[in-house]
Design a protein around this ligand. Structure first.
Ligand SMILES: *[C@@H]1O[C@H](CO)[C@@H](O)[C@H](O)[C@H]1NC(C)=O
Ligand SMILES: *[C@@H]1O[C@H](CO)[C@@H](O)[C@H](O)[C@H]1NC(C)=O
Ligand SMILES: *[C@@H]1O[C@H](CO)[C@@H](O)[C@H](O)[C@H]1NC(C)=O
Length: 265
């Protein structure tokens, strides 16, 4: 089966909350590099820079690095995204774990993509910044149905629509929103996020697919996940699985002199 078109729907029996097997691993199908090649050494160097990169970008929840592969007219891109409620320290820890997982699980693949609940890592020799990617997708739900599906579905839709708009409007550093809303006896907790390189419209497009997918697969169940390279949606019932106070956004570095004229008011 073509991994790019694989839609994975795991039904987590006997689980009231999502507790999937992580990391979810997608080793690319675009070919392999040779062991000990410059491709491999460049990849190793880029991934190890997660440990040394300054914490400013990690406090926005992303890691972004690229380098030319010596001897080849190729550039390698590495991108990491952490959930918007993680601190820079937790983000670095999460990405470091995935960086070592990705080398172990996809040892020679030219591109790969791994998710956990808290962070995502991806590398490729094709730039994926500014491109909406909705494959491969990872969709899971709990096996427990909610008691009043119609009320629940309406409230979940309202909550996701509000978070969707807030995340898409989040600016170029972080596109993240979380919140909760009560549905009868239940409290729904949800978070949505896009990679920050997307435009508002691109983020909105990705989340539109996510909200529709969640409504089709999961909205009668107590928890669900929609995770694709460009965006994610997570929700749970009566379980506040995120830090409701999201990390404050530190000010971006001041633009170099001469660039100020380009800033739009
Ligand atoms: C790659 O390098 C390692 C360590 O230097 C060596 O053990 C291994 O045989 C090399 N593999 C290839 C395919 O050259
Ligand atoms: C969200 O949950 C908190 C407690 O976790 C509660 O105090 C608050 O009223 C809830 N907000 C909404 C909109 O239901
Ligand atoms: C990621 O890095 C590239 C250059 O390597 C840069 O052009 C781009 O703006 C960066 N993206 C973000 C979201 O910082």
């Amino acid at each position: 089966m073509d991994p790019a078109s694989l839609l994975l729907l795991l039904l987590l029996m006997f689980a009231s909350t999502i507790n999937a097997q992580f990391p979810v691993t997608h080793c690319g199908s675009t070919g392999n590099f040779a062991a000990n090649s410059t491709y491999q050494t460049t990849l190793t160097t880029l991934l190890s820079s997660i440990s040394t990169t300054n914490s400013l970008s990690l406090s926005y929840g992303f890691f972004n690095a690229s380098a030319a592969i010596s001897g080849a007219s190729q550039t390698l891109y590495v991108f990491g995204l952490c959930r918007g409620d993680l601190t820079a320290v937790s983000c670095r820890t999460c990405l470091n774990v995935l960086a070592s997982d990705i080398r172990r699980l996809c040892p020679l693949q030219k591109e790969a993509f791994l998710y956990t609940d808290n962070c995502v890592i991806r590398y490729s020799d094709t730039s994926f910044l500014g491109v909406v990617a909705t494959e491969p997708s990872y969709v899971v739900r709990t096996s427990y149905e909610v008691s009043s599906p119609d009320t629940y579905d309406a409230v979940l839709r309202k909550l996701l629509n509000a978070l969707w708009a807030e995340a898409a409007g989040g600016g170029s550093l972080r596109k993240y929103a979380s919140g909760n809303e009560s549905a009868g006896p239940d409290m729904i907790y949800a978070l949505v996020q896009c990679t920050p390189d997307l435009t508002k419209q691109q983020c909105s497009d990705c989340l539109m697919i996510g909200v529709q997918t969640i409504r089709d697969c999961c909205a009668k169940y107590t928890g669900g996940r929609f995770m694709v390279p460009s965006c994610l949606i997570l929700y749970e019932t009566n379980y506040q699985f995120f830090d409701p106070v999201s990390q404050p956004l530190p000010p971006p570095p001041s633009p170099p002199p001469g660039m100020l004229g380009l800033v739009q008011s």
